[in-house]
Ligand binder design. Sequence first.
Ligand code: ZN
Length: 350
Amino acid sequence: MSANNTKLGIVYHKDYLIHTQGHHPERKERLEHITSALENRGISEKLTMIDPVPASVDDIALVHDSGYIKTIEEACNSGQRNLDMDTYIVPESYRVALLSAGGVLTGLRGVMGIGPDIVFALNRPPGHHAERSRAMGFCLFNNIAIAAEVAKRDYGLKRIAVVDWDVHHGNGTQHAFEDDPEVLFISTHQSPAYPGTGHLKEVGRGTGEGLTVNIPMPPGSGDIEYGLIFDQVIIPVLDQFQPELLLISSGHDAYRHDPLAGMSLTHQGFYDMADKLRQAAEKHCQGRVLLCLEGGYHLEGQAGAVIQVLNAMGNFGLPVTERSPDLDPTRHAQARLEEVLQVQRKYWSL
Ligand SMILES: [Zn+2]
């Protein structure tokens, strides 16, 4: 219980609730459950609250085509309701999307400046599926990719690690940095599942070859399997890459009851992943971690997962109320781990 109360910050704005549509899984209630859980579990007073500043169009254009940015603005202004089958907009969505990306950037300025070492942006809409010129999978602008680009532009960072533990592959983020030697992208995701990318043999290309680490995991994978992947792949890769900043695409849809996926992570599993990454950040980048919200559609489950991620990041010592039984990893998961190791041993000592 050695919590330094100023160490951990969260970014939040009530306007993040404006972008919402009925019973769509990516709706405002996701965030409302998280903020009430923060109150109920008594965590709020341990956190520094940070108000987001909207991103500029120039910031967004580091990752997205300017024509695409304009299209989103015009679609929202025109009252259009959907960008594709999955991705809705409301008239205010463009402004909220700038505030969502801006929330992650405001968090970045805190982490890189005199703010808390660790910031979790509780922002919406999410971003990791958004491609350079295409909205996808509930995402308009790729918030975390924009943050990585701004970290390079404004702070001159040369080694940025992005870990994406959302249950879906972060296709937009991978594509933004596939040939970039300064950004390491590591994704755990259910396979097969939406969006179908993130094959283990997608390893980056050109000067970025070896800096895309895809870890597709069989449905049903839980705390034990994720623990194995973190211990045998993700942490050793981070130890060798030695990031100057750690970014986390924190989706919570690998939670065991998530309605859009089929994984088995419990709150203990989320605590463990966050704890391992916090320790890696302390070792390599003065504890600097910036997390942003991606998916997670079981309202109570996701809120509990966020609490445990903050618990681990802030070293608060709160009890973890849910854990999986101590089983051995499934044979299927072990076989997949071997395949990942085989591919990645070309680039890392594993
Ligand atoms: Zn997801």
